[in-house]
Design a binder for this molecule. Structure first.
Ligand code: SF4
Length: 329
């Protein structure tokens, strides 16, 4: 049986778990290709106009899988991974939106309801109903998830050694060790952004590699310890409702206080409601604390040159700020 997984949204956080799970069940896993302009165009045509760019991209990936010969497409309904917090509503309604708006999708989508108390979403009970559709036993589900959990834990452990989600995936799934990171580190930047923005080729246009080429060490929220991020949130007067937005904000506040972080870049895709809140909070607090902060908002029309110019100018400004500080000291 062939299971399609869209290379979008939480693919960049949970793919090692899901791939190992389905393969241990005996399925073949097919992922959609990288995001291209053409794929995005198809996603845009299939989406309501005011939805955020990552959902338009997701629609493009699902359409690509629908055109292939997969038996099912895995698109879980992500509800919650923290008590009292939820995923952005677009995640919760996603399976319904896709099933009822993309031709041919209705009977092809596998959508277990994912509700858990931690980032670990490998509780077998969550997947039993889906197992019935696939004709596998609860025991098969349990054993396959156990394998998936092992790989995912390794993926998370490796991410926390300052490797990107893509590098950690290559390591745990392909056994490929990442190339050496920046050796001559001059500055460190905290990069805020959802995994599906930071690692999507079209949204962030390889921002991590671009920064590394400029001698910048990059830290993202998934490289940080979840317990530490939770502690950071505890010190806030009020948490947001959305877990991944909370993770970004917690990382942002940590970056603001951490003297080893020279500046913060927030990558956001057009149409994201939660991000407009996070961006504003960060803007206010970074100004108060005098930490350089820049937002890069990407839409369907953003060009590479624009992005490159902005990050070069930002990095250059931090270099100048740092060298002035060193001279004065
Ligand atoms: S958090 Fe923002 S970018 Fe992500 S799905 Fe929700 S609205 Fe879209």
């Amino acid at each position: 049986m062939k299971i399609g997984i869209p290379r979008a949204l939480l693919y960049y956080y949970y793919y090692p778990l899901w791939k190992t799970f389905f393969e241990t069940l005996g399925c073949e896993v097919i992922i959609s290709g990288k995001t291209t302009i053409d794929l995005l165009d198809k996603g845009i045509k299939a989406s309501v106009s005011d939805i955020c760019v990552p959902i338009k991209i997701l629609n493009g990936h699902v359409l690509e899988l629908l055109e292939s010969d997969v038996d099912y497409i895995f698109l879980p309904r992500m509800m919650s991974i923290r008590k009292g917090e939820f995923f952005c509503p677009k995640f919760m309604g996603l399976p319904d939106m896709v099933r009822h708006s993309l031709p041919g999708a209705k009977d092809k989508i596998l959508f277990p309801n994912i509700s858990s108390l931690s980032d670990d979403i490998s509780d077998d009970k969550l997947y039993y109903d889906m197992g019935q559709r696939l004709g596998v036993t609860d025991k098969n589900i349990k054993e396959s998830l156990k394998e998936g959990r092992k790989v995912w834990n390794e993926f998370r452990r490796f991410s926390k050694e300052d490797y990107t989600a893509l590098e950690a995936m290559d390591y745990v799934l392909e056994g490929k060790l990442p190339e050496k990171q920046v050796e001559d580190i001059n500055i460190t930047i905290g990069l805020m952004g959802y995994v599906y923005d930071v690692y999507d080729d079209l949204v962030s246009m390889g921002i991590v590699d671009r920064l590394r080429k400029m001698g910048v060490k990059v830290i993202t929220f998934e490289m940080m310890d979840e317990v530490m991020l939770d502690r950071e949130l505890d010190s806030m007067k009020k948490r947001l409702f959305w877990t991944f937005s909370n993770k970004l904000l917690a990382a942002g506040y940590k970056f603001l206080k951490d003297e080893s972080i020279d500046g913060i870049i927030h990558v956001t895709a057009f149409g994201c409601g939660p991000d407009s809140l996070i961006g504003k909070l960060m803007e206010i607090d970074s100004e108060k604390l005098g930490k350089p902060f820049m937002t890069i908002r990407v839409d369907e029309h953003t060009g590479e040159n624009h992005l490159q110019t902005r990050i070069e100018a930002f990095v250059d400004m931090i270099y100048r700020k740092k060298s002035k500080y060193i001279k004065e000291a």
